[in-house]
Design a protein around this ligand. Sequence first.
Ligand code: DAH
Length: 342
Amino acid sequence: MSSTRLEQIKDEALKAFGSAANSRELYDLKVKYLGKQGLLTDIMKEMAALPKEEKPLFGKKVNEVKAGLEAAYTQAEEALRKKEIEERLAKEELDLTLPGARRLRGGPHPVAVVTDEIARIMSRLGYALRTGPQIEKDYYNFEALNIPANHPARDMADTFFVDDTHVLRTHTSPIQIHSLESENLPLRVIGTGPVYRCDSDISHLPNFHQIEALCVDKKVSMADLKGTISFFVREFFGAGLKTRFRPSFFPFTEPSAEVDCNCPICKGKGCSLCKQSGWIEIGGCGLVNPKVFEHAKIDPKKWQGFAFGFGIERMAIIKYGIPDIRLFPENDVRFLRPFAGE
Ligand code: DAH
């Protein structure tokens, strides 16, 4: 009786192993027939009911069946694994010619690139880099720079007021005052960073960047100023470009001038950027007004100085022919990428 049952289990198991659809199913079958609570274990229990002399033979038979089923299982498992791998290979395609997943790298913003470049050029003339607060006391942004109350430069139309005595700095010139107050003379510094004005169109942003130089020494003249700016222009925009001064007015310099240089795009021949004039305005400059020295408790009879200030975005626009200042804060990677050195 038990022997017949054993044969039955064997045939059934072999058939089942051979027709399992996948490894998971096959494993379940292994548990069913060969597991601790499987059918072979059950049948071993039946041995107790057999006459004593039949027990060894039956035990041997069960072990043979067990070994046979284990071998059949291993074989079936191997075959299924192969089949499954082949199916995956046929289904999944690996196209080695596809471009890899490129990691997007960050890079310096053009404003940072141009600031660094200007700072590097000026450092060769001994200028050290300074920053300063962006929320500035009225005194530093205006008063100490000889821009008195009621001066048009304080107009509500341009200045973002924070409270009665603070503004978002409208220029980097207050950095000059911080340096004059806290540093030893003689002095060569450049001040740079964001500035804010209530202004926005194709060539103005409410938040843009400036860079400003201040040189203070015993004897400083317009010739030193012109020499320094000429050097800067040739280093930054290109060899051979000329610089010219036009008389102007700034409360914190006397005399004051606007600085033009030969248009770096057409090299002075005339093009659309310079409106056919060959010249392009790059910023303001002048000799430090004695009143500024007095505010900083420096004796204007002992010390002289010059200063000049440029807009960073404007420098980049002129150098690289950028059509619209609004590209700077837009964060379009097509615009930013070439500046990041890629
Ligand atoms: N602060 C001026 C502005 O924002 C620019 C400027 C002009 C800076 C003359 C200077 C200077 O240092 O000497 O328009």
